[in-house]
Design a protein around this ligand. Structure first.
Ligand code: FES
Length: 70
């Protein structure tokens, strides 16, 4: 279980919990926090990675686990 701090463009902050491996888009939607803009809330690909309307900015992104050289 992980705790996620979400800051919205409106300046509000929410603390959410999610299982490891959960899809962030789904966690936000279940909490009533849509990652989509006004129009994309109605028209999007449902999280299949096609429309790029659910992009989020991570304040502290994890290091990539693939594609790195040592
Ligand atoms: S809803 Fe996320 S890429 Fe389409």
């Amino acid at each position: 279980m992980a705790t996620i701090t979400v800051r919205t463009p409106d300046g509000e902050t929410y603390e959410l919990t999610a299982d490891a491996g959960a899809v962030l888009r789904d966690v936000l939607l279940e909490a009533g926090l849509s990652p989509h803009g006004r129009y994309a809330r109605r028209v999007n690909c449902g999280g299949r990675g096609i429309c790029a309307t659910c992009g989020m900015r991570l304040a502290d992104p994890p290091a990539p686990s693939t594609g790195t050289t040592t």
